[in-house]
Design a protein around this ligand. Structure first.
Ligand SMILES: NC(=O)c1ccc[n+]([C@@H]2O[C@H](COP(=O)([O-])OP(=O)(O)OC[C@H]3O[C@@H](n4cnc5c(N)ncnc54)[C@H](OP(=O)(O)O)[C@@H]3O)[C@@H](O)[C@H]2O)c1
Length: 264
């Protein structure tokens, strides 16, 4: 990684130029820097990071929704990225205005982590209009980027939430609304056991270390794991459990500007 001076990007007609005020770094960005996604990305030189927020300083000729001075958040295209710079050009179609009262720092933390959490929580049938009855669910790695949004969204959907995290984050996770927080290093936490002994209707897994063999005994008879960080074994389980009562399915983040507006 080098810190360098580069020209301010020039705009295509459907793009806005954002003066970046905040950007957030996700695990995938770290994997790119370590070279783990070669030979696909990056094409050098490469400016990493996809989640940015800031102020529009220029608009392309075909841009309809935005003007200079607007505060916005963008989820940049994964293969192009560009967020760790003073200026970035973003397509209007992947940019959303910041509502009053939402800071650039808060907004920049939303796109990848927030969208993945929302799409995982939607995948278990969560309703956010107050009509959902709620299920008994477990969220792993609840102190992480995805997990912390998942806990708050799950509570909004009336679920009963047990969550795992490190000991230092138990209070944080409880403050975010989890009904019970388990330290994953204790025997109960490692066994994913809540104090009531009740099995889970759904497990939202957000840690690469979560194994289907550990989840299966904790699921109710028709329970399902929704896995956003599947390891190889869980990928295999997603196929092998297609016709089983207990299932594991994966969720891959898809770009959804309506979802981002909802989160904001
Ligand atoms: N499916 C998709 O499209 C998609 C999109 C984005 C990211 N991801 C993947 O999702 C994963 C999580 O991303 P993130 O941004 O949330 O990561 P993150 O912010 O780095 O969070 C990781 C969390 O894992 C917790 N943790 C570590 N070991 C654990 C264990 N044994 N049990 C429970 N929790 C444990 C840590 O908790 P403590 O700090 O409390 O110890 C930490 O808070 C990454 O692998 C990422 O690549 C997938």
């Amino acid at each position: 990684m080098q810190y360098v001076e580069i020209p301010v990007p020039s705009l295509k007609k459907g793009e806005v130029l954002i003066k970046v005020e905040a950007a957030s770094i996700n695990p995938a960005d770290c994997r790119i820097q370590k070279g783990l996604l070669r030979p696909f990305v990056p094409q050098f030189p490469f400016i990493p990071v996809t989640d940015v927020a800031g102020e529009i300083v220029e608009v392309g000729s075909a841009v309809q929704e935005f003007k200079v001075g607007d505060k916005v958040v963008s989820k940049l295209i994964f293969w192009k990225a560009g967020g760790l710079a003073e200026y970035v050009a973003a397509s209007e179609s992947i940019t959303v205005p910041l509502p009053a009262g939402v800071s650039s720092a808060d907004a920049a933390g939303l796109p990848v982590a927030g969208l993945t959490a929302l799409q995982a929580v939607k995948a278990i049938g969560t309703k956010f209009d107050g009509t959902g009855v709620g299920s008994n669910i477990l969220i792993t790695a609840a102190s992480g980027g995805i997990g912390s949004y998942a806990v708050q969204l799950a509570k909004l959907g009336n679920h009963n939430v047990t969550a795992t995290c490190g000991a230092r984050n138990l209070e944080l996770v409880a403050d975010m609304g989890a009904d019970e927080a388990l330290d994953y290093k204790t025997p109960e936490g490692a066994a994913l056991k809540n104090s009531s002994g009740k099995k889970y209707d759904y497990i939202v897994n957000t840690t690469n270390g979560g194994k289907w063999s550990a989840f299966k005994p904790s699921l109710s008879s028709h329970g399902r794991v929704v896995d956003v960080a599947p390891n190889f074994g869980n990928f295999v389980a997603s196929i092998l459990t297609l016709f089983s009562k207990k299932k594991l399915s994966t969720v891959i983040l898809s770009l959804g500007m309506e979802d981002l507006r909802f989160l904001l």
